[in-house]
Design a binder for this molecule. Structure first.
Ligand SMILES: O=C(CO)COP(=O)(O)O
Ligand SMILES: O=C[C@H](O)COP(=O)(O)O
Ligand SMILES: [Zn+2]
Ligand SMILES: [Zn+2]
Length: 355
């Protein structure tokens, strides 16, 4: 069993200068596609499930799917992570279901819509780290609210995201506050806001520093050189995937995502976890549309799900190569269990270090 905690994985990534994509799953096809990619390029990987994924697939199904992939690919370290936990209970039930890492997203209140203030965010995040670390489970926190620097709007695209207009103060993580947040909460990884948002419609033009503030990441990394940074909303929304969808009856509007080169710049500056969901959704949907359009007589789901999986594997493989995750799986000497990690937290070995 090669189920790894986020903390052990990202510590290795920091020591070896690479980033790890965190791909979202909702079903078996996505889990198999990710693992096929990781196996082909010898990469460790993060598989994450949102609250929506948990209610779509059922925790029991997710748990056994994760057991299945680690049995099929025992040599691939897999971190099973909760994406955007909205309250402590959501994190605790994920841990019960076998997740080795949870995100407590206190940038928004439990409703997933209202921005949380400093005291709320620190309080709820610390509650989760205190409990999770007792069991050796890793925690990602978030400071700053995801949303567009072009429009000031939070991302409401998939039901989770700030409502209403946000100020630049809210949309850009403050580096001094980031230091205090990490010290007070002891999170293992920190998600920061710098202009990305979820979904396909991130930018109306190729992003420059005005709308994708990579300088914020660089400044935070200078102050917190030992903290693993997380970029949410990091799909690149490739033009060729937009084109396939639109060529086969889709109606995606013109849009830009996060260029891979910007993510690579982030990886040089402490970004260790890169969240990608939309690109994989698009890769699958493009193939499903194509098969059904080309073969209107077809009704066997395997006929369109297989090419959909292959397109997702191709995308995942490409990101694992671009982030230098490829070739790293076989470098792991020993996968520590959550119980091993619990002892390390108890000794204070994993306490945050500030520059
Ligand atoms: O951040 C994400 C999940 O937490 C996914 O982002 P994308 O919508 O850019 O793929
Ligand atoms: O928010 C991040 C992911 O894209 C998951 O989306 P979801 O909540 O629709 O599952
Ligand atoms: Zn999303
Ligand atoms: Zn996210």
């Amino acid at each position: 069993m090669a189920r790894i905690t986020l903390r052990q994985l990202l510590d290795h990534a920091a020591e070896n200068d690479y980033g790890v994509p965190a791909f979202n799953i909702n079903n078996m096809e996505q889990a198999l596609a990710i693992m096929d990619a990781a196996n082909q390029v010898d990469a460790p990987v993060i598989i994450q499930a949102s609250r929506g994924a948990r209610s779509y697939a059922n925790d029991v199904m997710l748990k056994h799917m994760m057991d299945a992939v680690t049995e099929i690919y025992p040599h691939i370290p897999v971190c099973v992570h909760l994406d955007h936990g909205n309250e402590a209970a959501t994190c605790m039930t994920a841990i019960q279901a076998g997740f080795t890492s949870v995100m407590m997203d206190g940038s928004l209140k439990a409703d997933g819509k209202t921005p949380g203030d400093w005291n709320y965010n620190v309080g709820v995040t610390k509650t989760v780290t205190d409990m999770a670390h007792l069991g050796g489970i890793s925690v990602e926190g978030e400071l700053g609210v995801l949303g567009s620097l072009e429009t000031g709007m939070g991302d409401k695209e998939d039901g989770h995201g700030a409502e209403g207009k946000l100020s630049h103060d809210q949309l850009l993580t403050n580096p001094d506050e980031a230091v205090k947040f990490v010290q007070e909460t002891k999170v293992d990884a920190l998600a920061i806001a710098m202009g990305t948002s979820h979904g396909a419609y991130k930018f109306t033009r190729k992003p420059d520093g005005d709308i994708l503030a990579m300088n914020v990441i660089e400044e935070i990394h200078r102050k917190l050189p030992n903290t693993h940074l997380v970029m949410h909303g990091s799909s690149s929304v490739p033009q060729d995937l937009q084109d396939i969808i639109n060529a086969y009856g889709g109606k995606m509007k013109p849009t830009w995502g996060v260029p891979v080169a910007e993510i690579q710049r982030g990886i040089k500056n402490g970004v260790r976890k890169i969240n990608i969901d939309t690109d994989n959704r698009m890769a699958m949907t493009g193939q499903i549309r194509k098969v059904l359009k080309d073969n209107p007589e077809e009704f066997d789901p395997r006929k369109y799900l297989k090419p959909a999986m292959e397109a997702m594997t191709k995308l995942c493989k490409q990101r694992l190569q671009e982030f230098n995750t490829a070739g790293q799986a076989s470098k792991f000497k020993k996968i520590l269990t959550p119980a091993d990690m619990a002892k390390r937290y108890a000794k204070g070995e994993l306490d945050p270090k500030v520059a």
